[in-house]
Design a protein around this ligand. Structure first.
Ligand SMILES: NC(=O)c1ccc[n+]([C@@H]2O[C@H](COP(=O)([O-])OP(=O)(O)OC[C@H]3O[C@@H](n4cnc5c(N)ncnc54)[C@H](O)[C@@H]3O)[C@@H](O)[C@H]2O)c1
Length: 384
């Protein structure tokens, strides 16, 4: 027998997942939910889904097994806790939570982990970088021991606030403006580190233990200012991490950068390295360098899932079959559905999810203290 899923949040990002959940062969029943009636009506009609709810409170009262929460980032953790307490497994968009106050974010990380443990409900953070093709490839190579000992990881999330293809200023005005006066914006780059950390950390199977971070106040930056609710002058932040296996990682979270935009990582080991650059992805050893295609790097989806997604895709182009963010959307949906159906923790469970976020929260604290080396708290491995 299949499972039942409710999708909460029919914004631009939420609707990009509806087809992938609706068409998954293990889903028997799907419902949609949004506070905004127009958005809900549009999605219901567009995806031909008749079961709808007007609020999280209402859908929590239903007998649906699992909720996919793709709402505003400051709501993720409180809503995930509410849903788990109502007996639902939860998928949440990234990050676990995003607030102007780092200590409050740490408290919410703790609550999400504790609630998942206490209720026995599975929590998954929908980290796209975990399911990009390079991450899948590096997980396989790391499992074979092909890297030898990891020496260095380098992760980047370079997304200028005014990038023409995806303006974070506009996203903030549309999303944050609902909660906080937009003139007070200027969010903290390191409070959203999951895209630069998730890929390599998933391959290494280690976690961050210490951090030193430098912040850059870019001259003329009208967005990142000390007089905002975030009290943050740094448009660019660069962190050095010590990992639990002795390796070192460096991440760049840059929001003031003359670049088309880049999300990715390189991973250097004593026997082999994965290098991502302008010339694409390569496996590099002391003897040679081998280019890698997306098809070579990506794991296959289960054949019945792949077939189902191909059937309803608007074309057979990868982006239409697998969805956005490097085709990660299909893998995210599949992982959550398989985990709920098998009653097992998803790969990016609550314990792993906080490992992708907390190093950035502490990194920003280090940047505020001029790069002081700080310990990074850890909630341990998933006990399940
Ligand atoms: N690479 C990535 O992983 C990635 C990319 C883009 C967006 N995101 C995340 O996706 C999330 C959603 O983005 P968006 O642009 O669709 O946002 P949005 O603000 O357009 O949509 C959020 C929707 O959630 C609904 N909502 C909020 N509280 C609700 C409640 N209690 N009950 C029912 N509905 C509720 C709102 O009415 C709104 O329609 C954000 O948190 C963002 O960080 C992640």
């Amino acid at each position: 027998m299949g499972i039942s899923i409710g999708m909460v949040g029919m914004g631009w990002f939420g609707i990009s997942f509806v087809r992938l959940f609706r068409d998954h062969p293990l889903i028997d029943r799907i419902a949609l939910c949004d506070l905004d009636k127009d958005r809900l009506d549009w999605a219901s009609k567009e995806f031909q889904i008749t079961e709808t709810y007007n609020s999280l409170e209402d859908i929590c009262k239903s007998d649906i097994q699992a909720l996919v929460i793709i709402t505003q980032p400051w709501l993720h953790a409180p809503q995930a806790v509410q849903a788990m307490q109502a007996g639902k497994h939860v998928y949440s968009a990234v990050p676990v939570v995003y607030l102007p106050d780092g200590q409050q974010m740490l408290d919410w990380c703790d609550k999400v982990v504790q609630t998942s443990e206490k209720t026995g409900m599975h929590y998954m953070m929908g980290e796209t970088s975990h399911y990009r093709a390079p991450s899948m490839y590096c997980r396989r190579r790391a499992a074979e021991g092909a890297f030898g000992h990891i020496a260095l990881a380098e992760g980047n999330y370079m997304h200028d606030i005014d990038l023409p293809a995806s303006s974070l200023r506009e996203v903030a005005q549309h999303r944050w403006g609902l909660q906080w006066d937009i003139s007070k914006s200027g969010d903290i780059p390191m409070y959203y580190p999951t895209h630069s950390i998730g890929g390599f950390l998933s391959a290494i199977k280690a976690h961050v233990t210490e951090v030193s971070c430098m912040g850059q106040q870019v001259p003329g930056d009208d967005w990142h200012r000390p007089d905002t609710i975030f009290a943050n002058p740094f448009g660019n932040e660069t962190a050095m991490f010590r990992l639990s296996n002795g390796a070192v990682a460096r991440i760049c979270e840059y929001r003031k950068i003359g670049h088309l935009g880049h999300e990715g990582f390189s991973l250097y080991g004593t026997e082999g390295s994965f290098v991502e650059g302008p010339a694409g992805c390569h496996w590099v050893t002391k003897k040679d360098s081998t280019p890698l295609t997306v098809e070579q790097m990506r794991d296959p989806l289960p054949p019945e899932v792949d077939e189902a997604y191909r059937k309803t895709a608007k074309s057979q182009a990868d982006k239409d079959i697998y969805g956005g963010h490097g085709g990660s959307h299909a893998y995210l949906a599949n992982e959550f559905v398989q985990a709920v159906a098998a009653d097992r923790p998803p790969a990016v469970n609550a314990w792993q999810a906080v490992r992708y976020l907390v190093p950035g929260i502490i990194a920003h604290e280090s940047a505020k203290r001029g790069g002081e080396l700080l310990k990074v708290p850890d909630w341990g491995d998933c006990p399940c």
